[in-house]
Design a binder for this molecule. Sequence first.
Ligand SMILES: NC(=O)c1ccc[n+]([C@@H]2O[C@H](COP(=O)([O-])OP(=O)(O)OC[C@H]3O[C@@H](n4cnc5c(N)ncnc54)[C@H](OP(=O)(O)O)[C@@H]3O)[C@@H](O)[C@H]2O)c1
Length: 247
Amino acid sequence: MTTPPTKHVALITGSSQGLGLSIARLFARRGIGLVLTARRAEPLESARHELSQLTRVLALPGDVADEAHVTRLVSSARDTFGFIDVLINNASELGPTPMPELVELDPAEFSKILEVNLVAPLRLTQHVLPMMRARAEGLIVNITSDAGIQAYPTWGGYGSSKAGLEHLSRVLAAEVEGSGVRVFVVDPGDMDTAMHRAAEPGVDLSHLATPEVVAPAFVRLLDEPAQFARFEAQQMLQAPAREVFSQ
Ligand SMILES: NC(=O)c1ccc[n+]([C@@H]2O[C@H](COP(=O)([O-])OP(=O)(O)OC[C@H]3O[C@@H](n4cnc5c(N)ncnc54)[C@H](OP(=O)(O)O)[C@@H]3O)[C@@H](O)[C@H]2O)c1
C-alpha cells in the first residue's frame, strides 16, 4: 500500500497491548507514522498488521532495556521515515510478583526495573533528541504512575523508578526549553490492563477505565503548546485542557 508522507512519526514503546496499543490505534487513524516495539513478537506482529491498514508502521520486537535493540530500532525508524518527532516511553516493568516489600526486593530485580523504566527512556531520549532539535520540534511523553508519588507498601521498586522518571523529565524539560521540544509526564490513572492484573492478582479490576478510554488524552498532546506539564490523563479528559496545563 502506498501511503502519503506523514506529518508526525511516533515511536511508542510497549505498543503491542494495553495503553501503548490504544494510543497507537488513535495515532494510526490520524495517519501518524508509527514505530512500535515490545518483547513478544506475536502480539507485536498482530498490532503491526492491524495498524498498517491505516498508516505506515515499522515494528521491531525487542527489550527496551537492551541497548543494541534501541540502537537498531531508532536507526531502522530513521531509514524508514527519515525522522521521529514523537517519543512515548510507555513500556514498563513492574518487577517480581507478588510484589515484595523493599526489605525483600532483590537488588538485581530492582536494577531490572530501573533499566526498563528509567534507563531505557533516557537512552531513547538521547537517540531522538538530536533529530527533534534539528527540526526545532518534538514531543516526549514519559508515562508515570501515582506509585511514583504515593508511598504504597510493596510498590517501592516500581514507584521509585517512576519517581526517578518524573524528575528526569523535569530536568530534561529545563534543558530543552526554547528548542521546540515539549516534555510531558502523564499518569494514566488506574486501568484494567495486564500489568495491573499482575500487580493485583485475583482482584476484579473490571470497574476501572480501559486504555481505550484514556488514550485520547495523548492525542490532545500533539497540539498542546505548553512546553512542560505533569498531569493525570483521566482528570484531563474530564477538565478543559487549559485548567490542566496551567497548574
Ligand atoms: N495499568 C495501570 O493501572 C497503570 C497505572 C498507572 C500507570 N501505568 C503505566 O502505563 C503504562 C502502560 O501500562 P499498561 O497497563 O498498558 O501495561 P500492559 O498492558 O502490561 O502493556 C505493557 C506493554 O509494554 C511491553 N513491554 C513491557 N516490558 C517491556 C520491555 N522491557 N521492552 C519492551 N516492551 C515491553 C509489553 O509487551 P511485552 O510483554 O511483549 O514486552 C506491552 O506491550 C506503563 O508505563 C505503566 O507503568 C499503568
